[in-house]
Write a protein that binds this ligand. Structure first.
Ligand code: 5GP
Ligand code: MN
Length: 332
């Protein structure tokens, strides 16, 4: 399904109240996209009241202009004329879902294959794209761009591509990144401080996850989990676990990495990554989650072993299918 770009300023021109939000547990792309959109609309539509609401993002994103204006109480005063949902479908808006439902016009910009149709009145969802930030940038009238907006877009793109190295990085992604760094912000510092730098506790958690990981299916899968006790010991939240699944994924020989952490009694948040052929968005969707072909997530109930068994069954199905297909093409 192809989806056309729309005229953002035209869609918002009569709006007195604009509300921007993204998914729960916001990541770099979500925060970058929302703050880029926030800064842009405030500048391009000075008459409108623009608000941005998100669950509390990681502190590393404080370097983006507008960070302090993010409302995590989701307060609405008056009607919302335009709601812009970024980097997700409506079911992942958390506390903003109700505001979305009551808004006069809903705009949805996203790149998740699990949200292919879009959930708004105006939709711009392109699953192949590197990031929502890249899509958002494409909607901007360049006359309103400045260094701070460029920085927000760049952070979104850089984070969702693992610093321009995952397969979702297109030639256009790199061309846009080149355009953005021309605004002059210190991109090496930005990358270090928002992506690579870890606190001592974050490194400890990464270390533990790697040390306690288990390979199975002849080394094609790897799994690791962090339990509640460990999270409490380090006083850690989901924000402290970013990057662990990506490190698991690059274990030599691994096709699929599973990382999970306890979110409640017998409840795990699961992150999935694949390298070449397993479509993890399908695996996640099977369990009510979603995401991208190479990066997806879901929440499952049960013990660690229940979760691993259930997830690996779905992965195995795809691996078998892949093996069959490879055999067929070998015979040709
Ligand atoms: P992560 O593993 O980093 O939490 O998420 C990987 C990708 O899958 C991200 O693009 C994220 O937005 C998406 N994702 C993670 N968990 C869920 C979920 O429960 N539902 C849906 N629809 N997408 C998810
Ligand atoms: Mn994204």
């Amino acid at each position: 399904m192809s989806m056309e770009k729309f005229n953002l300023l035209e869609e918002c021109k009569d709006a007195a109240n604009i509300f921007i939000s993204g998914h729960i547990r916001p990541d770099g792309d979500c925060v970058g996209s929302c703050l880029a959109m926030y800064q842009y609309l405030r500048k391009a539509l000075p008459e409108a009241k623009v608000r941005v609401a998100l669950e509390e993002p990681a502190e590393v994103f404080r370097c983006i202009r507008g960070f302090d204006e993010i409302d995590n109480t989701y307060t609405v005063d008056g009607d919302v004329d335009v709601f812009i949902a970024l980097d997700c479908e409506k079911s992942r808006l958390g506390a903003a879902e109700e505001i979305f439902a009551n808004a006069r016009k809903r705009i949805n910009v996203d790149h998740h294959v699990s949200n292919e149709r879009g959930c708004g009145d105006v939709n711009y969802v392109v699953p192949g794209f590197s990031s929502t930030a890249e899509l958002v940038y494409g909607l901007f009238d360049k006359q309103y761009m400045d260094e701070e907006i460029a920085k927000a877009v760049y952070i979104g793109m850089a984070h969702d591509t693992g610093i321009f190295r995952y397969s979702n990085t297109s030639p256009e992604t790199l061309r846009i990144a080149a355009e953005l760094i021309e605004y002059g912000f210190d991109f090496p510092e930005l990358i270090d401080e928002t992506f690579y730098e870890k606190t001592y506790a974050q490194n400890q958690l990464l270390g533990r996850a790697l040390l306690e990981s288990i390979v199975f299916m002849n080394g094609k899968c790897i799994v690791s989990a962090i339990d509640k006790k460990t999270l409490d010991f380090y006083n850690a939240t989901s924000k402290d676990l970013e990057g662990i699944v990506n490190q698991l994924r690059i274990t030599k020989g691994v096709e699929c990495a599973i990382f999970m952490y306890m979110t409640g009694n017998l409840e795990y948040k699961v992150s999935l990554r694949s390298c070449k052929y397993v479509d993890v968005s399908k695996v996640a969707a099977f369990f009510g989650g979603g995401g991208h072909v190479r990066a997806a997530g879901c929440t499952l109930n049960g013990t660690f072993y229940d979760v691993v068994n259930n997830i690996s069954k779905q992965i195995e199905l795809q691996m078998k299918e892949h093996a069959e297909e490879s055999k067929e093409t070998d015979c040709l």
